[in-house]
Design a protein around this ligand. Structure first.
Ligand code: NAD
Ligand code: TDX
Length: 345
């Protein structure tokens, strides 16, 4: 049996692919265009496994994707490929509309044509998991949590394109009966995150004694989940989630951005006391346009119905993440040589 992981050379997709391949229960075909955000370096720990398969294919390429369905006959699709960085979506939204909307449509269309020709138990057990974000629900005030019934209210080109892709996934279930599931997760952190996102930017800038850019006043709130716990949740949803349902995934760990940055600074102070206090490097910079004030997630449905729970608290996860970056600077250089020179000097 083979499962597909689109976007499997990216941050979350590679965590999922490494975990699936380590477990060795099925073959994994990673489908990835290898944009700036994807790298085979993130798959090196598993690339010698007989369960590892890779295809450099754009999810917008209908013929290419159709041929992969025909060749590998997957039992499930984990669809994670996307343009994922909010700041880039503001500077250049076209790729987000193309990949997140047209690409998701292409995956659904190819999956449907494949699935409807299946028969018996193979058809019964097929699943298409569409992986999405809590950002599709817009912003929260000081109180309340997003849940599976929250209204969609996206504010950035990124979240609008993800919201549209969620609607397509839902529609392919309602209209065509494709066995679709949708997950909406909060901010992930952990190893192999491309160094344009908040945590790697802060860790790597601390290391180089460079300024730590905090947007606006740093008061925006995000909920944080360790990436491997997200990967475990996705597997649980494919294994036992109810077809047509949405599951929120979160870490029950709300923090302001400035608190997150200070936590990293404190970890770096312990590791490099000669450079303490790293907090002196914090600079409040121009805010992100349309910056959502607060996201927070009620993940009680997946906990109660599927028995998933996170394994790592935020403080332990942050220590692990910092350690991973310090031990894997070669990965940083390999995936982001141009980018790190440009942004991190
Ligand atoms: P990422 O940017 O690290 O990885 C995305 C991967 O998709 C890259 O490997 C890239 O090469 C690939 N890709 C992009 N366009 C493609 C295309 N047209 N065809 C094939 N492959 C393509 O993103 P991530 O942080 O790992 O996020 C993965 C998914 O999870 C996304 O759908 C994102 O919306 C969702 N998500 C992310 C977070 C988070 O905190 N990072 C939280 C919730 C949901
Ligand atoms: O340098 C920075 N300074 C800063 O203050 C960066 C890069 C970010 N920020 C702020 C903006 C956000 O409030 O930190 C917060 C986190 O920013 P990002 O790491 O860019 O993530 P975010 O915009 O929250 O989106 C992430 O989580 C949800 C992923 O990129 C999305 O793909 C996912 O859906």
């Amino acid at each position: 049996m083979t499962v597909f992981v689109t976007g499997g050379a990216g941050f979350i997709g590679s965590a999922l692919a490494r975990d699936l391949i380590d477990q060795g229960k099925e073959d994994v075909l990673i489908i990835d265009k290898l944009t700036y955000a994807g790298s085979l370096e993130s798959l090196k720990p598993v690339s010698n496994s007989p369960h590892y398969h890779f295809s450099q294919t754009d999810i917008c390429d209908r013929d290419g994707i159709g041929a992969l369905f025909t060749k590998y006959k997957p039992s499930a699709v984990y669809h994670l490929a996307a343009e994922s960085h909010v700041d880039r979506s503001i500077d250049g939204p076209a790729d987000f509309v193309q990949t997140n909307l047209v690409g998701t449509f292409t995956m659904l269309d190819a999956a449907y044509h494949y699935w409807r020709a299946l028969e018996g138990a193979t058809k019964e057990s097929f699943r298409f998991l569409h992986v999405s974000t809590d950002e599709v629900y817009g912003e929260l005030g000081p109180e309340g949590l997003f849940s599976e019934t929250s209204p969609y209210d996206p504010n950035s080109p990124y979240s609008a394109s993800k919201a549209g892709s969620d609607h397509l996934a839902r529609a392919w279930h309602r209209t065509y009966g494709l066995p679709v599931l949708v997950t909406n997760c909060s901010n992930n952190y952990g190893p192999y995150q491309f160094p344009e996102k908040l945590l790697p930017v802060i860790i790597l800038n601390c290391l180089k004694s460079k300024e730590l850019p905090v947007y606006g006043k740093g008061e925006n709130i995000r909920d944080w989940l360790y990436v491997e716990d997200h990967a475990a949740a996705l597997q649980q949803v494919v294994a036992s989630g109810e077809i047509g349902e949405t599951y929120m995934i979160g870490g029950r760990a709300e923090r302001t951005n400035i608190d997150m940055v200070r936590s990293i600074c404190k970890i770096m102070d312990k590791k490099f006391p000669e450079k303490a206090p790293h907090e002196d490097l914090i600079r409040f910079v121009t805010d992100r346009p349309g910056h959502d004030a607060r996201y927070a997630v009620d993940c009680s449905k997946i906990e109660a119905e599927l028995g998933w729970s996170q394994s790592l608290d935020l403080e332990t996860g942050l220590e692990k993440t910092v350690d991973w970056y310090l031990e894997n600077l070669d990965w940083v250089k390999a995936v982001a040589a141009d980018y790190t020179q440009e942004r991190l000097g």
